[in-house]
Structure formats: structure tokens, C-alpha cells
Design a protein around this ligand. Structure first.
Ligand SMILES: [Zn+2]
Length: 170
């Protein structure tokens, strides 16, 4: 498992880096650079985008493409990964599952999918929720962001359970 996981993490990193090089995330083009949104290791700043941030019309165009019957493409498809590449949480140590969640968040962010990561929820609980979301159709935006919420501010209906729900704190 250790060897397999090292390879998977390396593949996730490579995919993240490739996406950054092809098309740096929207927030980065727009000048927002907080900790979660740092470029991946190996990304050279001078490969900066040719396109300028805040392209509102392009963003609307993407939305229209999506609304007008482009085939349903999942996040897995966008990323070039398949569900069976990801071992179930039960087979992973705490450290391994955390490394996977971290790598996945970076990959999502590279593709302008910005997840609301629950702070109280253990990686072992959040990981399967990420995998499930990745199997659903998702619109890829190149000129905007796609916020992904897991919980809709209702602790009772929280996918992570009342115990791990952050919403009470909002
Ligand atoms: Zn919640």
C-alpha cells in the first residue's frame, strides 16, 4: 500500500502541476494567494498566464455551454483519474488518508473547484465525501470558480454528522 500510495500521490501532484501550467487557477490569476492556493512544487511563476483575470464574458460562455447540453462529465473525468484508483479509507492509516485529502484538495483547486473543507471533520470522514462528489457531473470553469459545499448549514442533515458539523459555528 505504501508504494502504491506514493505513486498515486505523485500522480495527483503531476496532474495538479500540469493543470497549473496549462491554465493557472482563476483565483491565482486574480491575485488571491493564500496558503491553500499556493502553486504546486515545480510550478515556475514566469510561466504566468497570457490571459488576464476577471474575464466575465468567458465565464458566462462556460456556463452556457454547460446549460446547453454538453455531456455530463464528472470531476474524475476532468482530472483524468478513475474511482478505482482510490483505496477505501478503511485500508489507510490516518496519515495516508490525510495526505490523500490534501493532494485532492490541491487538485480540485487547480481546476477551480473550491471545496469548503470542514475543519472538525476527520480526513477519514471527508475523504469518501470527496470521492463521491468526484463521481458526479461537474462543470469545469476556466474563467471562474466553482464553490463546492458539502453541508448546507443544517447540522441535522450534515453529511459528516452533527458531531463533525462546522455549521453551528457560522
Ligand atoms: Zn455541516
Amino acid at each position: 500500500m505504501e508504494t502504491y500510495l506514493a505513486q498515486l500521490l505523485s500522480d495527483l501532484h503531476a496532474a495538479t502541476l500540469a493543470r497549473w501550467r496549462r491554465f493557472p487557477p482563476h483565483f491565482y490569476q486574480a491575485g488571491l494567494r493564500d496558503a491553500m492556493h499556493q502553486p504546486p512544487e515545480g510550478y515556475a511563476e514566469q510561466r504566468a498566464p497570457m490571459e488576464m483575470p476577471g474575464n466575465f464574458e468567458a465565464s458566462i460562455g462556460e456556463l452556457e455551454d454547460w446549460l446547453h447540453g454538453k455531456p455530463a462529465i464528472t470531476m474524475f473525468d476532468h482530472f483524468g483519474f478513475t474511482p478505482d484508483q482510490f483505496p477505501p479509507a478503511e485500508q489507510l492509516t490516518e496519515e495516508q488518508v490525510r495526505a490523500l485529502v490534501d493532494a485532492l484538495v490541491r487538485l480540485w483547486v487547480a481546476y477551480n473547484f473550491l471545496p469548503t473543507v470542514p475543519k472538525k471533520t476527520p480526513a477519514r470522514v471527508f475523504y469518501p465525501a470527496m470521492l463521491a462528489r468526484m463521481a458526479e457531473p461537474a462543470m469545469l470553469m476556466e474563467h471562474g470558480v466553482n464553490g463546492i459545499e458539502f453541508c448546507h448549514f443544517n447540522p441535522e442533515g450534515c453529511p459528516f454528522g452533527v458531531e463533525y458539523c462546522d455549521c453551528k459555528d457560522y
